[in-house]
Design a protein around this ligand. Structure first.
Ligand code: FES
Length: 161
């Protein structure tokens, strides 16, 4: 079993050795971050294992993973483009930017390109209302994105910039 808890305790139950997290559910988010950092997403199996080790119901883990748009429950492309859809970004035209990405990448929001390189997502706040429409390309913030700049962004990603 891989190490996911910062503090572990070993117990024996029904003839089996089990490693549990000696932490409370308040450690759930850091644990999820560790799993995601390690493999890029949190699978159903991971969620079950985390729930078992924390002694909580898997639905609790699932609800946290699906609530936060920065936690992934499916494999992602090596680059993730997140288009902000907060009200300021919507008013500034983020839907048009999103549609342009969908057209150019030939995928819908929430999908990954066939070559597994780019995932397109919508997200709420990325702290860039003042530069709306804004996007995140992995950890990099890009502001004032217009539909015309979309090709340039994609070209930059494909060229490793
Ligand atoms: S509320 Fe608009 S980016 Fe945060």
């Amino acid at each position: 079993m891989t190490k996911i808890c910062s503090v572990e305790k070993k117990i024996r139950s029904e003839g089996k050795d089990l490693i549990l997290c000696d932490e409370t559910r308040s450690e759930l988010l850091p644990i999820l971050r560790r799993v995601q950092d390690r493999k890029g997403y949190i699978s159903d199996k991971d969620m079950q294992e985390i729930a078992d080790r924390l002694g909580i119901h898997p639905v609790e883990v699932y609800s946290v993973v699906t609530f936060y748009s920065f936690l992934n429950y499916e494999k992602q492309g090596s680059t993730v483009i997140r288009v902000s859809n907060c009200i300021s970004n919507l008013l500034a035209g983020s839907k048009k930017v999103l549609r342009e990405f969908e057209k150019e990448l030939k995928i819908k929001s929430g999908q990954t390109t066939k070559d597994k390189k780019i995932t397109l997502k919508e997200t709420s706040c990325i702290g860039m209302c003042d530069k709306a429409p804004a996007i995140m390309v992995n950890d990099k913030l890009v502001g004032n994105v217009t539909p015309k700049k979309v090709q340039q962004v994609i070209k930059g990603i494909r060229n490793g910039k």
